[in-house]
Design a protein around this ligand. Structure first.
Ligand code: GAR
Length: 209
């Protein structure tokens, strides 16, 4: 089996990117990280790419989608990992790379797609919160869910507490989902998630304490 090529898209600190690469040793014969792409020339993740010796393509928001397409054509990835990439992937790219794009989102989808998820959890006094890895489809934050990490919201939490706990759950679930992809365990066909070739409709949930 040939080694799958993966690229990572980010807009901010890049802590998920760092965590993914640091935890990729056990899949190095199956998947390699070939390059990263950011829409934010000030993103902290750029330094992480440099320190990890990962080629990074830096753009600003002007013509970002055509730059992204050029980047993808150049690298021809088997897997596109969105790790805090805060731009919407245009429908043409989603369609061209269907089943090859995964995203991590800081909520227990379908709850709280979009922004400000931690504030919404606090405003609604939710007992639980977490993160979701899902395949990307044309509908924002609504593609088939691969894996979720769920935790109890501690008493007296604020946004910073929840952001930190959410990141901790992301660091657990994203490497697992990438490993499943590398191993050929998960696939998406026609908007349906398959695990070991079996159609799965209910989210796979990991409880994180
Ligand atoms: C993560 O919490 C990720 O879930 C979120 O951005 C953060 C990036 O952190 N993504 C989204 O909100 C996408 N809708 P990082 O740059 O430290 O990995």
């Amino acid at each position: 089996m040939s080694i799958k090529k993966s690229v990572v898209l980010f807009s901010g600190n890049g802590s998920n990117l760092k965590n993914l690469i640091e935890k990729s040793e056990d899949i190095k014969d199956k998947l390699k990280y070939v390059a990263a792409f950011t829409n934010n020339p000030k993103a902290g993740g750029i330094n992480i790419c440099h320190s990890l010796d990962l080629d990074v393509c830096i753009n600003n928001d002007k013509n970002i989608d055509s730059e992204l397409l050029v980047f993808l054509k150049k690298h021809n990835p088997d897997l596109i990992i969105l790790a805090g990439y805060m731009k919407i992937i245009p429908a043409e790219i989603v369609d061209e790379y269907a089943g090859k794009i995964i995203n991590i989102h800081p909520s227990l989808l379908p709850k709280y797609p979009g922004l400000n998820t931690h504030a919404k959890v606090l405003a609604n006094k939710d007992a639980n919160h977490g993160a979701t890895v899902h395949f990307v489809t044309r509908d924002l934050d609504q593609g088939p869910i691969i894996l979720q990490g769920k935790f109890n919201v501690p008493v007296d939490s604020n946004e910073s507490t929840l952001k930190n706990l959410t990141h901790q759950s992301e660091y657990v679930i994203y490497p697992i989902a990438v490993k499943w992809f590398a191993d050929g365990v998960i696939k998406m066909n026609d908007g349906q998630l398959y695990v070991n070739n079996k159609a799965i409709d209910s989210p796979i949930l990991l409880l994180i304490d």
